[in-house]
Design a protein around this ligand. Structure first.
Ligand code: ATP
Ligand code: MG
Length: 598
């Protein structure tokens, strides 16, 4: 292919909002243009690289027996109403009406669409397990699209869905998907960190995210210095540490006056003590709570309701007091998972005052009966603690859990930090920032139940299949490759995803040089090597700069002075080799294929 015939609008300038390398380079290399905030158009060079990533994904999905389908991007609103997500997805979901006034959704994901297709076709256990994927457009009305295609509004996702008779079968596919993901990212040249992730109400080791380390990543990862434990902070656990603080369990609880001290820091100063001796009590509001609260203090008046016919019954909202040791923080994702809630966040001041009967800053579990109290295990172990007395300017000292109050529930709700100890081997954990490229997830029965998917088992009994879901962001993967493979001059594509294997630069595309280039091109064409001939009437310096910018892994320069030899250079290397044309063609072919990651 000839440079002059392809639309590759390279740029010197970068858009002002392009703060990361991949965003800058995708624009500068003429791969991408912006249509509107969060909406991007791929130009030929960008699309060629994009297709390479897609191809790797397709090959690896097909290899694990998951086959491609092509549902629509626009999906009937009815399906989302069936699953309950019409109500719960909120404003990130783009809804449209057709001329007849019927509701539609521009797919942000496709559990409903695929489950509805499977529901219509599934009748017998003999059809299971069943898994399919699509590589298709998704739309999420992200509040703040940023970093180019890393967080766009419209993007392409590979999303796979699997249906099974039982957990064992689901686990087999889940493991196979995990292995396929490792191969996909490896073939893309990416160093990914698979981490344990939050799986909402599912719990257990049911979800894994594939992260790349990134300064702009919006995930915090905790990794063990000794073993291979790695987890998203949303999920990360740690070994219980001893508070290492003197506790005298024999002392009686005592109400103490603590004027003008609302924060733990102020209290520490006032009482000359350590944050680890405090029980921090925070009031949380959780929405769409599935966990049963019928035995929970203060919840007698709460009523559950069903947002969709097959969906589980939930409480619209419920409040909780959450107790954690003074030096630690509550992990809201863990809290929501324990409550099987859609979301859990700090209650507003007015709710805190109403629930605790005291100004903000004096909440405590002793004598609190308006809401259920949830305690972290670090609190459950405290025998001589300080906590708010539900009264302005007063605290309790020498509080012993189990003696002076008892939590409704004790559960791990702690935010794990660097320096905490690995739950597997006890070594220290450290932190990294990560960007999520893919996610595999055991979904359980949530959608199949809500949408009433059924099959008959070998005894003729009607059963509901269990489901898994597996996503990869194609655009984000592509951008992450550029993040990992670039230098000051531009992109340095790994061969496996490069838009072209080789760029051929004739110093001038005429005469003997042209003849040599055309012979080389014929050889390469025959062998399926993807090449770009820079036939433009530009100075060599311009061509070299552009070749470096667009990052083609192999550069061939044809000049009169070197003929019949040509000059070969790897984009990532410094050395230049002079090789005669017939041999050069063979070497190029060998390099294109050996490094193509096949
Ligand atoms: P994030 O936490 O980054 O918003 P998510 O958890 O919402 O991602 P999933 O629903 O698991 O993402 O989607 C699967 C994959 O789709 C993600 O791993 C990511 O690679 C990609 N993805 C999600 N949202 C976007 C977006 N706005 N722009 C580009 N890719 C995205
Ligand atoms: Mg995710």
């Amino acid at each position: 292919m000839k440079f002059s015939e392809i639309f590759i609008p390279t740029l010197r300038e970068v858009p002002a909002d392009a703060v990361i390398a991949s965003h800058r380079l995708m624009f500068r290399a003429g791969m991408l243009r912006k249509l509107a905030n969060g909406l991007f158009a791929y130009l030929p060079l960008g699309l060629r690289a994009f297709r390479k990533v897609e191809r790797i994904i397709r090959e690896e999905m097909d290899a694990v027996g998951c086959l491609e389908i092509k549902p629509t991007v626009i999906t009937p609103g009815e399906l989302w109403k069936e699953s309950g997500r019409w109500e719960t997805m909120g404003e990130s979901m783009l809804r449209v009406k057709n001329r007849a006034g019927a509701d539609f959704v521009v797919s942000p994901t496709a559990e409903e669409a695929v489950t509805s297709i499977v529901r219509d076709e599934l009748s017998s256990y003999k059809q299971l397990p069943l898994s399919v994927y699509q590589i298709n457009t998704k739309y999420r009305d992200e509040i703040r699209p940023r970093y180019g295609v890393m967080r766009a509004r419209e993007f392409t996702m590979k999303d796979a869905y699997s249906y099974h008779r039982d957990e064992d079968s689901l686990d087999n596919t889940y493991q196979a998907m995990g292995a396929a993901y490792r191969r996909i990212f490896k073939r893309c040249g990416l160093t990914v960190i698979p981490v344990r992730a939050d799986s909402g109400a599912m719990g257990g080791a049911n979800s894994e995210e594939f992260m790349v380390e990134s300064d702009i990543g919006d995930n915090t990862l905790l990794l063990c210095k000794s073993c291979d434990y790695a987890a998203n902070v949303e999920k990360a656990g740690c070994q219980p540490d001893s508070p290492n603080f003197p506790q005298n369990a024999a002392l009686k609880m005592e109400k103490i006056s603590t004027p003008h001290t609302k924060t733990i820091v102020e209290l520490c100063e006032f009482l000359k003590t350590d944050a680890r001796s405090f029980i921090k009590t925070l009031v949380y509001r959780a929405v769409n709570v599935e966990r049963d609260l019928s035995d929970a203090p203060g919840c007698a008046g709460l009523k559950k309701r069903r947002v969709a016919p097959g969906a589980p019954e939930v409480y619209d909202e419920a409040f909780f007091a959450v107790c954690i040791r003074g030096d630690l923080d509550v992990n809201e994702v863990k809290l929501a998972a324990i409550l099987k809630a859609g979301d859990a966040s700090l209650a507003c001041d007015a709710d805190v005052v109403r629930i605790t009967g005291a100004p903000v800053g004096f909440a405590g579990p002793v004598g609190l009966s308006t809401v259920p109290v949830i305690a972290d295990p670090t609190v459950a172990a405290m025998r001589d603690a300080v906590t708010g007395a539900l009264e302005a300017d007063f605290h309790y000292a020498h509080v012993a859990v189990g003696r002076d109050w008892t939590p409704w529930l004790t559960a791990d709700i702690r935010t794990v930090k660097a320096g905490d100890h690995c739950p597997v081997c006890g070594s220290e954990l450290y932190e990294k920032k990560g960007n999520e490229l893919g996610h595999i997830f055991k979904l359980g029965y949530k959608y199949t139940k809500a949408m009433n998917v059924r099959y008959l088992d070998e005894n003729g009994a009607s059963q509901i299949p269990v489901m898994g879901t597996y996503g990869i962001g194609v655009d984000r993967t592509l951008a992450s490759i550029i993040e990992e493979y670039h230098d000051d001059a531009g992109i340095v594509w790994p061969m496996s995803v490069a838009p072209f294997h080789v760029v051929v630069i004739p110093i001038k595309y005429e005469g003997k040089i042209k003849e040599a280039v055309d012979i080389l091109a014929m050889e390469l064409e025959k062998r399926g090597v993807e090449f770009l001939i820079d036939d433009r009437n530009e100075r060599p310096g311009v061509k070299f700069n552009d070749a470096d910018l667009i990052g083609v892994p192999l550069r061939v320069v044809v000049s009169e002075k070197n003929l019949p030899n040509i000059e070969m250079k790897l984009r990532k290397g410094k050395n230049v080799f002079l090789v005669e044309i017939p041999e050069a063609a063979q070497r190029i072919v060998a390099m294109a294929y050996s490094e193509a990651g096949k």
